[in-house]
Every structure is written in C-alpha cells, then in structure tokens.
Design a protein around this ligand. Structure first.
Ligand code: ADP
Ligand code: ZN
Length: 293
C-alpha cells in the first residue's frame, strides 16, 4: 500500500503525519518549530522512516507559490527570522527524493474541507482560521486560489467598533486589520485575559462576532463562496457561530438573494468538518496531487 507524508508547518509546531492511500493516518508526530537547522533534520529523519510515495507541505506563510519562480516553495517575509526565505520545499525534495506538493496551511485546509469536510460536494469554499493569526484559504472552481501571491484575507481592513477599548488593533503591519482585532492575541491583549477564559456573556464576544461578520460579508460580496468554514482556536467558542451569522445577515441587509441566505446562514457559516485535522489532511491531499503530476 502506498504511503504519503504530510507536514503542517506552523510557526510554533510542526505536525508530521503519514497517511495510507485510503486517507487513514498511519503515524503522527508533533515537533516544536525551532530554527530550520534544528527542525528540518528532525523532520527528515521522521519521514525517512517510511517508504513514502510523495510529501505534501502545508506551510505557514507568506510563501512563494509561483512555480515559475526560482524561489518557488520558499517561506518569504515571515516575522520568524530564521525561516525567512527558507527553501522548505526544495530542501525536503532533496532530502527525501520524492515528489512534493506545496501550498499555504490555509489553502491546504480549504482543499481538505472541500474534498472531505464541511465543503464536500461544493466547488467554491472559503476556509478561515481564527487562531494566533487570522488566515484564509480559498478554493474556487475546485482549485486553491494562488493569484499574485495568495490570499491574505486575515489582513483586510475592518470598521472599528465605537465600543472597542483597543481601537488601534494589534497587527504590526496594519494596526486595526481583522487579525489585529480578532485573532487570539488581540483578544487577550484587549481584555488582559486569554480568550478561552472569557465567559460567553463577556463583551469580548460581541466585538469578536462583529469583526468576523465583516469578514463573512466581505467574502460573500467579493468571491461569493458557496460556504464559509471558520476554524482555529478562537472558534472553539461555538456560541460565536450564531452571533456571526446574525451580524453577517445585518451587514448583507437583504441584498443577496439565495436560499442559503434566507436560511439564516445556518448551513453557510459553519465549523470545519475535519475538526483540527483540516490542515494536515490538506497536506496529504497535496502529496497525492504531487504523485499525479
Ligand atoms: P495556531 O493559530 O497557532 O495554529 P490555534 O488555532 O489553536 O493555533 O490558535 C491559538 C489561539 O487561539 C490562541 O491565541 C488562543 O488564545 C486561542 N484559543 C485557543 N483555544 C481557545 C478556546 N478554546 N477559546 C478561545 N480561544 C482559544
Ligand atoms: Zn494586518
């Protein structure tokens, strides 16, 4: 049976896994993200334990996805300086000698959710993670969108609420962008308490759902996805979903006509079908694509 390596490369941890051709996880191990000099040998040793047909890498970004570029497969302007301009894809290809697929962590998650998760049967899906950052992956006509670079929907401008005690936001590049307002660290900085400790009645969540509703309405007006999937640590607070749906409907204000909208967005703004496994499953699907190519 063929085996496929999958890596979800994150800023704090690397999730490495081996899948069989039925999509079952055969093995899985988590490594802390240190410098490439420390972490890459650990990952290579791990993957070399298995006779892999291919590897898929779903990486934190920004990354270079342009196959015609000499630096295709590099991590680019990350604030994690040791990884800046690091050729993660070509180093894995050289070390393992197998075909390797590559995309952003969130595009990979969008691919997996579209193929096997909450977007099954659809061709146009937006996946957004609300965690340490806010990142979005977009599948349109069944394919992940790369475009000029790749989506950075987490950095869209949002309208700052007059009730926000931290109107300047927390993004080092943009201040009050969506990530600067709504990612886990922004919530913690604003209220002085980790997001998971804030009770449902805390005013934090009215603000949070306000900002995420702005994202959803903007996405609906721009790419018109058939479904929006919201994952990541902050979305573990499940009571956010009805708040976000309600506020998104207010922002749409009756302008979009579709049964999904008339239905109160209950089947439209949803949690991931693969739980926290969207990214690593997407990496596996990238490996499968790499074999076909
Ligand atoms: P990452 O984005 O680093 O991959 P996560 O998606 O788990 O990881 O996001 C981590 C962030 O999500 C942290 O800022 C944390 O405060 C927040 N978070 C994690 N779990 C919860 C929770 N149950 N409720 C609210 N916020 C959470
Ligand atoms: Zn930003």
């Amino acid at each position: 049976m063929r085996l496929y390596g999958a890596l979800e490369a994150g800023g704090t941890k690397m999730v490495a896994a081996v899948f069989d051709e039925n999509g079952e996880v055969v093995d899985r191990e988590v490594f802390p993200t240190r410098t490439p000099g420390e972490t890459m040998p650990e990952l290579t040793v791990y993957f070399k334990r298995f006779p892999l047909a291919a590897l898929g890498v779903a990486s934190f970004g920004p990354v270079n996805l342009n196959r015609k570029s000499p630096t295709y497969g590099c991590i680019t302007a990350t604030p994690k300086l040791a990884w800046r301009n690091y050729p993660i894809l070509s180093d894995f290809r050289d070390a393992l000698g197998v075909p390797a697929g590559f995309d952003t962590d969130v595009n990979a998650a969008a691919i997996a959710e579209t193929a096997l998760g909450a977007g099954r049967g659809l061709e146009n899906v937006l996946y957004v993670t609300v965690g340490t950052g806010v990142g979005g992956g977009l599948v349109i006509n069944g394919k992940p969108v790369h475009g000029l670079i790749h989506s950075e929907i987490g950095h869209i401008r949002v309208q700052v609420s007059p009730d926000d005690p931290m109107p300047g936001g927390n993004c080092p590049y943009h201040g009050p962008c969506l990530e600067g307002m709504a990612a886990g660290p922004a919530i913690e900085k604003r209220w002085g308490v980790p997001a998971r400790e804030l009770p449902p009645e805390h005013p934090a969540w009215a603000l949070e759902s306000d900002y995420l509703a702005q994202l959803c309405a903007t996405a609906m007006f721009t790419f018109s996805p058939e479904r929006i999937i919201l994952g990541g640590g902050v979305m573990q607070q499940e009571f956010l979903f009805p708040l976000i749906r309600e506020k998104t409907l207010k922002l749409l204000n009756g302008y979009l006509c579709h049964p999904a909208v008339n239905n109160g967005l209950a089947d439209y703004i949803v949690a991931p079908g693969l739980g926290t496994a969207s990214g690593i499953t997407g990496a596996y699907l990238l490996a499968r694509e790499a074999v076909k190519e």
